[in-house]
Write a protein that binds this ligand. Structure first.
Ligand SMILES: CSC[C@H]1O[C@@H](n2cnc3c(O)ncnc32)[C@H](O)[C@@H]1O
Ligand code: ZN
Length: 422
């Protein structure tokens, strides 16, 4: 498939974040073929998109999600993490079925695509169903197989092997698999050691929750004499690629370790605020050049997966909390929410608008009252844009949504099914 986008403004995000006005962009198969000031006559396209009053930018990457959890939206609201998990979420999750996981995932994916997310890093039970939903939706996804308990059992291993066989590196690498030990307080040390060896054998990423609450930090210090970050470091986890969700309670040594070992921090500001977990030291991580990305967490602790809103909150809280308006600038947050996601997927040519790069793109409709006047496009996108401004979403060169209409999922049927099970 060849797509021509004409007369559009673009934001390049990788090195310096900058805007270019009124260009032609050609997409061929899964990649950006050209970006040009003029139309290239010999590009024979199948499909044309008019870019007048629109902005093309790299798609958003949501680095920490639990797709099926839209089914649990608003369960246990107004409680702290441990109360929420142990008294509301874990008991309800025991009742979930494969069907719930598939339909809940699809519902979350609709919300994600509608707000411009082109790639996600997930972890949950029923990973096979989650992977199927991600596959069906057309999004780019790394699917985490949930691991909790004392021992690495044969049934855990065979679930991982099945999901790996069915979904790792599927559809031109669009779907991949990661191992997701839940957290240091729900997995024994032996289990974590075995999982690490298994991840090495399969050559996959690790995705886990680290240092989310003060309780977790204190538990780690009391039981093991080290912080959660140092605990994972000493186990050898950071010799692999680890996506560490939350990273709220870090000491200076933790920040140094994370920067040096290139741990990928998934900043989840809304979930951290809703569960009153705290505010992650993102300015300090950025100062040390650690890799920071952005995530929503699951729908029950957010209560949505709107990455535009997440970016907005991330751009504001560190300024207010530290009484410093220069922290987490609009250009930094845009990079965090888009191009830094490439580190998760290990795809170098992803996360920017450049020739030869993956066509994982969103088109924003600028013809909205809150986006006029366009004095500073980057500030307008971070501080004023709404999810409903996302007009078109393209992943791997395929159009998943156009003019606000999701093409890959039958919404009427999905809402009907969701209503039946809720
Ligand atoms: C490992 S599968 C996912 C597991 O994690 C639970 N969960 C969702 N959000 C959070 C969070 O913010 N901290 C810790 N655990 C969380 C989810 O309910 C599943 O049980
Ligand atoms: Zn989580």
């Amino acid at each position: 498939m060849k797509i021509l986008i004409k007369n559009i403004d673009i934001i390049r995000c990788e090195e310096e974040v900058k805007v270019e006005k009124n260009v032609f962009v050609g997409i061929e198969n899964d990649k950006i073929k050209f970006i040009s000031k003029n139309f290239l006559e010999d590009f024979k396209f199948d499909y044309e998109i008019d870019g007048k009053n629109k902005l093309l930018m790299p798609g958003f990457v949501n680095s920490h999600t639990h797709l099926p959890m839209s089914i649990l939206r608003s369960v246990g609201s107004d409680t702290s993490l441990m109360d929420w998990l142990y008294n509301y979420i874990f008991p309800t999750e025991k009742k979930l079925t494969k069907k719930h996981a598939y339909l809940g995932s699809l519902l979350t994916l609709v919300e994600m695509i509608k707000s411009g997310t082109t790639a996600i890093n997930d972890m949950y039970f029923f990973a096979d169903e989650v992977a199927k939903a991600a596959y069906d939706s057309g999004i780019r996804a790394s699917i985490g197989v949930n691991i909790v308990g004392d021992e690495f059992t044969d049934s855990m291993k065979s679930e991982i092997e099945d999901v790996y066989k069915n979904y790792n590196n599927v559809d031109n690498g669009r779907i991949s698999v990661n191992l997701a030990p839940h957290a240091m307080y729900t997995c024994s040390k032996n289990l974590l050691k075995d999982v690490l060896e298994f991840a090495k054998k399969l050559n996959v990423n690790i995705h886990t929750h680290i240092a989310e609450t003060k309780d977790e930090y204190n538990y780690s210090m009391e039981k093991f004499g080290v912080s959660p970050v140092k605990y994972f470091y000493e186990l050898g986890y950071f010799d692999l690629k680890v996506i560490a969700a939350h990273c709220v309670h870090l000491n200076d040594e933790d920040i140094d370790i994370m920067a040096r070992k290139k741990v990928i921090c998934s900043h989840n500001p809304t979930s951290n605020l809703k569960l009153a977990s705290g505010i992650a030291p993102i300015p300090k991580l950025l100062e040390k050049e650690a890799i920071v990305t952005i995530g929503t967490d699951g729908c029950a602790s957010n209560n949505n997966v709107n990455i535009v809103e997440e970016m907005h909150i991330a751009s504001l809280i560190h300024k207010g909390y530290n009484l410093d308006p220069t922290l987490v600038k609009a250009s930094q947050v845009l990079k965090i929410a888009t191009s830094n996601g490439k580190y998760i997927f290990g795809i170098d040519n992803m996360g920017d608008i450049k020739e030869g790069y993956k066509a994982d793109l969103v088109i924003i409709d600028l013809n909205k009252p809150h986006l006029y006047p366009n004095n500073d496009t980057i500030s307008n996108i971070v501080y004023s844009a709404q999810a409903s401004d996302v007009d078109t979403v393209i992943v791997d060169g395929k159009i998943l949504m156009e003019k606000g209409e999701v093409k890959t999922i039958d919404l009427e049927k999905l809402y009907y099914e969701i209503n039946k099970i809720s």
